[in-house]
Write a protein that binds this ligand. Structure first.
Ligand SMILES: [Zn+2]
Length: 95
């Protein structure tokens, strides 16, 4: 179970954030903010620390476009295939 920024970084995960502001204000329909961004892992660890829990990331981010505090956070583990090929390469490395 990956719970902290440091663990996610070690596994090569990427973090994407997306503005989740509702597209209506009361009864008025407003243009939906479509801001999304890939967070830089190194910056996150440098500023928040390796022990920062992944569940807390969304609480600290505010949409730079519309100012909404409703942010959706998505984690993207590296594709299974590339991890396997790295393992294979490590095993086959000549002595
Ligand atoms: Zn927004």
């Amino acid at each position: 179970m990956v719970e902290s920024l440091g663990e996610a970084h070690d596994l090569g995960w990427e973090i994407f954030v997306k503005c989740a502001a509702p597209n209506r204000e009361g009864l008025k329909l407003v243009r939906q903010c479509l801001w999304s961004y890939r967070l830089d892992m190194h910056t996150m660890i440098a500023t928040r620390g390796r022990n920062m829990p992944l569940v807390k990331i969304g609480e600290r981010i505010k949409c730079p476009r519309c100012g909404s505090m409703r942010i959706e956070v998505m984690f993207s583990p590296p594709p299974e295939k590339s991890r396997n090929s790295q393992l294979i390469r490590a095993v086959q490395r000549p002595r």
